[in-house]
Write a protein that binds this ligand. Sequence first.
Ligand code: FAD
Ligand code: SF4
Length: 329
Amino acid sequence: MSKDMMPMFELFQPTDLSGALDLVERYGADGWKVAGGQDSLDWLKDRAKRTKAVIDLTRIAEMKGIRETADGLEIGALTTLTEIEESSLIREKFALLAGAASRVASPQIRNVGTIGGNVSQDARCWYYRGGMDCYRAGGSTCYADTPQGMNREHCLFGADRCVAVSPSDTAPALVALDASMVIQNADGERVVAAEDFFIGPQVDIERMTVLQADDILTAIRIPNTWANATFYFEKVADRKTWDFALVNIAAAMRVSGGTIEDIRIVAGGVECVPRRLSVVENVVKGSAKNADTAKLAGGSASRGAIPLNYNQFKIPLLENLVMRAIRDA
Ligand SMILES: Cc1cc2nc3c(=O)[nH]c(=O)nc-3n(C[C@H](O)[C@H](O)[C@H](O)COP(=O)(O)OP(=O)(O)OC[C@H]3O[C@@H](n4cnc5c(N)ncnc54)[C@H](O)[C@@H]3O)c2cc1C
Ligand code: SF4
C-alpha cells in the first residue's frame, strides 16, 4: 500500500458556514469534511479511503472559540484541543473536559486536532484502518472477532458484527457533563444530546455518530448543571502519550456531607459508544463516598461484559478505574 502521496481530490476552503453547507450538500458522500486532519489524513495517505472532494472547515471563524452562554458554555467545533485544555473558562467550570483533552495524543496533535474532529473520528481497529474489507468497511466479516484476531483493544459490550470501540478521550467527558451537540445541514439546525450523538453498529455499522454526509457539527454546548462538580478523569493506555485509551473513565458527581447525591459516570474504550455506567450510578447514588462504596461500584461496572479472546484484562481495568473514580474524585 502506497503511503507516499494522497490520491487526487478537489480541495474547497469555504470561509463561512453557509458556503460549507452548500458544499456538503452538493458533494454528499463524495465529500470529506476536514478540521485538524489528524484522523482524516491517515485514511487518505494510507489510501484506505478515497474522496472526490475535501471540504476544509478551518477557515470558518464562526465555528471557533469558547463562549459563555446564559446557562453554560458553547464551544465551537473547530476549537483545538489545546485551546480547550488551556481555557480558563473550561478549567474553572468543567475541569473534567480540560483534563480529558489534555490526555489526547501528543501536544502537536492537540495543537491542530479539534474537539469536533475528536468526537467525530472513526474507529481505530487495525484491520479496518489497514483497508481490509470488514463489516464496517462494507464487507461481510469481522477480522477482529475471530479466535486469532487482534482484539486486545476491542469491546466488552454492545458487539454487533463489529467489535470496535469509541476511541475518543473527550467523548466520555462530554457525556458525563450532559453536553449537547449542535448540528447543521441545509435544512437547518438540530441539537442532539451527547449521549445520543454516538451510535453503535446495531444502528449503523458504517458510522460512529449520528452525523450524515451533509451534516456539519458546528458547536458543543455544556449546561451549567455540572459546573464545578467533583470530577474524575483517568485514561489507561499502553504508553503515557501518543496513544489511544485501552479504557478511560469520566465522572461528574455532586457530593454533600460525604454523600454522593448525584453522579454521571462514563467509560470509553469498552463499547462502540462512550458507555454510560447507569448500574454504577444507581449503586452509588445516596451512598457515602468512601472505599466501601467505591469497591461495590467497581464490581458492578463490568456487569454484562462479554470479553473477546485477548481483551479480558479490560474487565479488572474497568472495575479498578470506576473504583478509583468514586474513591479519589
Ligand atoms: C498518532 C495519533 C494519536 C492519537 N491519539 C488520540 C488519543 O489519544 N485520544 C483521542 O481521543 N484521539 C486520538 N487521536 C485521534 C484524532 O486524530 C484526534 O483526537 C483529533 O482530535 C481529531 O481531530 P481533527 O480535527 O484533527 O479531526 P479530522 O481528521 O479533521 O476529522 C476527523 C473526522 O471528523 C469529521 N469532522 C471533523 N470536524 C467535523 C465537523 N465540525 N462536523 C462534521 N464532521 C467533522 C471528519 O470528516 C473526519 O471524518 C490520535 C490521532 C493520531 C494520528
Ligand atoms: S472490529 Fe469492526 S472495524 Fe474491526 S474488523 Fe471487525 S468489523 Fe471491521
